[in-house]
Design a protein around this ligand. Structure first.
Ligand SMILES: Cc1cc2nc3c(=O)[nH]c(=O)nc-3n(C[C@H](O)[C@H](O)[C@H](O)COP(=O)(O)OP(=O)(O)OC[C@H]3O[C@@H](n4cnc5c(N)ncnc54)[C@H](O)[C@@H]3O)c2cc1C
Length: 369
């Protein structure tokens, strides 16, 4: 196993700060690597005929990072699992596993879960598999949650939390270990929309004095590895189908205060309400991080993804089954849900400029990892 290059690590940490996520460590890539793609790759089609729509989601940002904690509410135990920012899919299995372990240890007769995004459904899935009776309560369900908007690529890295918060829950190392393996059961059936892709991270050439070892789309390749891509609409609806088969009930319900929760007929509750936890539990550390995506019509021939740190802001391209996703906007504190035409323009022009330099896709060689 080769050590990480210093410049690659710097890029990963810089990405973590802006995107709320960093990339896989080399050893994880090697261990989990499936057979590599040998195809030369094709460019993404960006002409107006391929434009589908633009969507906005509010990432559940939290000062200090995501919250895993327990507290008492009247006679109930509440297990918190929220505030995952731009990493909710990456953190879904490790955080839900921690929450499910706290809940199982309390040996509840039944559990109420608040929230039907990826955090709530993953927690519900683990509990139901352990034979625990679960009911999911939520204001919104798929396809209307923030989790349906997500990219959603699995990108692991260090420093998910800071301060006191960093001492609670699994270590960053444990998180990185299970972020990908948690999805293993879903790789075999296409209906879950979980699949491997080649991922490339890059930055403009002019930031370096030396010619790059490897270039892609006219940019310096700073890292490349295989990772998982999740198609949220497929994944969340498949999880809900599994849960219904396991006897989980779903109730449409908006809670306006934590006292409402005390009336639920369960001895244990899991709070997986994402950004909603700010109001519901008075968590003043919560804030929205607005992200706008441009969705192009499906292009099934695209089997790679990339993230480029451009001077005008990050640009990324993720190939979901249902759409090509163009993104890269991160507006902290902004909760406006209407798409901005200027951002659509930035993304389309930016990716068109990158694609004008397309000369094939640098494939991942496992021996490099
Ligand atoms: C543009 C964008 C791109 C992203 N890309 C990625 C990515 O590539 N990789 C990645 O890992 N993550 C990504 N994310 C982050 C990821 O989407 C989130 O971290 C994740 O979806 C959070 O899931 P959640 O279940 O905690 O919250 P949500 O999906 O917001 O679910 C919260 C649930 O709680 C319910 N709820 C809230 N308040 C109440 C209430 N008072 N009463 C009843 N119900 C309530 C809601 O209705 C909802 O069902 C992205 C996010 C965005 C917006």
């Amino acid at each position: 196993m080769a050590p990480l290059h210093a410049n690659s690590l710097t890029t990963r940490r810089a990405l973590l700060l802006t995107m709320g996520a960093a990339s896989l460590t080399a050893c994880q890539t090697t261990r989990l690597l499936p057979a590599q793609s040998q195809r030369p790759g094709l460019p993404v089609q960006l002409s107006p005929a391929f434009f589908d729509r633009s969507v906005v989601g509010l990432r559940p940002g939290r000062i200090g990072g995501f919250r895993l904690a327990t507290e008492k509410l009247a006679d109930k135990l509440v297990v918190h699992n929220y505030g995952h920012g731009g990493d909710g899919y990456t953190l879904s299995w490790p955080c839900a596993t921690w929450a499910a372990d706290q809940i199982s240890a309390a040996q509840p007769g039944s559990v109420g879960i608040v929230g039907a995004g990826v955090s709530g459904l993953t927690t519900a899935w683990l509990l139901a598999r352990r034979g625990i009776k679960v009911t999911v309560y939520s204001e919104k369900f798929s396809p209307d949650t923030t989790s349906n908007i997500a990219g959603a690529i699995i990108l692991t890295g260090p420093n998910y939390r800071s301060g006191e918060n960093a001492r609670v829950g699994p270590s960053d190392e444990a998180i990185n270990d299970s972020a990908l393996t948690g999805f293993n059961p879903f790789l075999t059936a296409p209906r879950y929309g979980v699949y491997w892709i080649d991922h490339i991270q890059m930055r403009p050439l002019q930031q370096d004095n030396q010619p790059p070892d490897e270039a892609f789309l006219g940019r310096k390749v700073t890292d490349k590895f295989r990772t998982l891509m999740v198609d949220p609409n497929l994944y969340l609806s498949a999880l809900m189908g599994d849960l219904a088969e396991m006897g989980v009930n779903f109730w449409s319900k908006k809670f306006t205060a934590r006292e409402d929760l005390a009336l639920l007929p369960h001895s244990v509750l899991a709070n997986c309400s994402g950004l909603g936890a700010g109001l519901l539990f008075g968590d003043e550390n919560m804030f929205p991080i607005r992200g706008q995506l441009t969705l192009l019509k499906p292009q099934p021939e695209i089997d790679y993804s990339y993230i480029s740190r451009e001077p005008g802001g990050m640009l990324y391209m993720f190939p979901r089954r249902g759409n090509i996703v163009l993104g890269g906007s991160h507006q902290r504190g902004n909760d406006k849900l209407l798409p901005e035409p200027a951002e659509i323009d930035r993304q389309l022009r930016g990716h068109a400029k990158l694609m004008s330099n397309f000369k094939g896709v640098p494939r991942i060689n496992p021996t490099e990892s």
